[in-house]
Design a protein around this ligand. Structure first.
Ligand code: ZN
Length: 340
């Protein structure tokens, strides 16, 4: 009996070790250093939040538009959707990111992967601007984005025409991305707030097909909180992703917040078996992101929210999704620097 009890206790403690064994380390593949007013808490709180959240690496990007405090608005808006004031393309966002990263000591700097975002995706001169920025700071920028194309309410508030992921200006940018081996983080909603079909999918699919040497990270897998508010779960999202991942090996998927629920987890927080199957079938193609904007105290929670889903994946796949898949899309010459 005594032996039995000992064996039982040993088994129980082994079980609890197993349950806790998956102490994930993370990469945040979708982080904005500033908010829609180009303000940030700064690097110190960000570093603290990364350490608390076990986040080894981040994709650090600005915000490509600035929201105006319009003359007619009595109160300063707190978010882009706060009032009817417009937003305009804002290149200085990259200056803020570059400065913050360049001030870091070398040991910390290698955890940051700056993506350049401050350009107008409707302007066929934007590739020339990006090239100038790349040449101004050789080796600093490790990707392009987040590029805002179809972005529901934000699109409507941004001055000028609606950007498409397949327009001529973006095509020129993809050629530049291929030349510099830069991945592109692209926000291109799969549909509008009201249409229950993949209305804008062709705009994403055309560059996937035409630029096989560019690694595309599809922000939120084409979903948004606004789409959910209007039509809840899109039943065509999963089959569309299945098809795209099979056809385009250059497609990577950011699973950040609007994908987590209601797709990866159901209303009770249980992992969806079909998504587990999809991610397991394409184990190198998915990554996590927080999509925080300028404030960083929610970083740990943002990553922890994925744990029930990660725990349902095979362990090796889960560790790739949590941390390593993001590192593997960075420019090839960068990858050696982050291997440890
Ligand atoms: Zn974002």
């Amino acid at each position: 009996m005594f032996i039995h009890r000992t064996v039982l206790a040993a088994m129980l403690s082994l079980l609890s070790v197993c349950a806790q064994a998956r102490d994930y380390r993370y990469s945040d593949a979708h982080l904005h250093y500033v908010d829609f007013f180009q303000e940030s808490e700064g690097m110190k709180p960000l570093l603290q939040a990364m350490d608390v959240g076990r986040i080894d690496h981040v994709l650090i990007s600005g915000i490509p538009v600035a929201k105006k405090w319009h003359e007619d608005e009595p109160k300063r808006p707190r978010y882009y959707a706060g009032d009817d004031g417009g937003a305009y393309w804002y290149s200085a966002t990259d200056v803020l990111v570059a400065d913050a990263v360049k001030r870091l000591p070398a040991e910390q700097r290698k955890r940051f992967h700056p993506f350049l975002s401050g350009f107008n995706p409707n302007d066929k001169n934007s590739d020339a601007h990006i090239r100038r920025m790349l040449e101004l700071d050789p080796g600093l920028w490790q990707g392009i984005g987040e590029v805002f194309t179809r972005h529901d309410d934000l699109t409507a508030l941004t001055y000028g025409e609606t950007p498409r992921a397949n327009n001529e200006a973006m095509t020129r940018i993809y050629h530049l991305a291929a030349e510099y081996d830069l991945p592109v983080l692209l926000h291109s909603n799969i549909t509008s707030k009201r249409e229950r079909n993949p209305l804008y999918l062709a705009e994403l699919e055309e560059p996937l097909r035409n630029h096989p040497h560019v690694r595309f990270i599809w922000a939120h897998a084409g979903t948004s909180m606004e789409i959910h508010r209007h039509q809840q779960k899109l039943d065509f999202l999963l089959p569309t992703l299945e098809r795209l991942l099979g056809e385009y090996p250059n497609l990577y998927v950011d699973l950040s917040w609007s994908v987590l629920q209601p797709y990866l987890l159901d209303a009770d927080g249980k992992p969806d078996a079909r998504w587990i199957e999809l991610v397991s079938r394409y184990p190198t193609r998915f990554m996590l992101g927080s999509d925080v904007v300028g404030k960083f105290d929610g970083l740990r929670e943002a990553m922890q929210a994925f744990v029930p889903f990660l725990d349902a994946l095979p362990e090796k796949v889960a560790r790739g999704v949590a941390r390593d898949n993001f590192l593997a899309v960075l420019p090839r010459q960068r990858q050696a620097a982050v291997r440890d």
